[in-house]
Design a protein around this ligand. Structure first.
Ligand code: HEC
Length: 107
């Protein structure tokens, strides 16, 4: 995975990417706060939405951090870009929140 990040040419950005099996609880909490503020109105409480008009984040592949970062920063389809609103730390935290919530939902 590390080699892949390096050849992408964005290694400085991805060097800090979360690739851990579990996330720091403080990071997940920041992700939850950020999610409620910026994402929940479209993506639903605890990621629960039908996926009909937005995207069902429970289905987002947890291995695709780069895709997450890019889609959230630059926007995707009808989703507006958030790159100027959120820090990379907040986007990392959102990813941690999404992956952690996916895991707890699937129990
Ligand atoms: C205005 C409504 C809206 C808001 C706010 C919003 N999204 Fe989205 N999001 C969408 C829509 C619509 C899609 C489907 C876009 C598409 O079809 O490509 C989407 C897709 C996504 C995807 C999948 C993109 C892909 O690679 O396929 C991710 C991840 C995502 N949103 C995360 C977030 C996060 C995190 C936030 C909060 C920072 C957020 N969204 C805020 C509407 C929104």
């Amino acid at each position: 995975m590390l080699a892949l990040a390096c050849v992408s040419g964005l290694s400085t950005v991805y060097a800090a990417s979360p690739r851990k099996e579990s996330f720091d609880p403080a990071q997940v909490t920041l992700g939850l706060d950020t999610y409620r503020q910026f994402c929940q109105r479209c993506h639903g409480t605890e990621l629960r939405n039908s996926g009909a008009s937005t995207f069902d984040l429970r289905q987002f592949p947890p291995g695709e951090y780069e895709r997450f970062l890019e889609s959230v920063s630059e926007g995707s389809g009808d989703m507006p870009p958030h790159g100027d609103i959120l820090t990379e730390e907040e986007i990392d935290a959102l990813f941690a929140y999404v992956v952690t919530t996916q895991r707890s939902n699937s129990l």
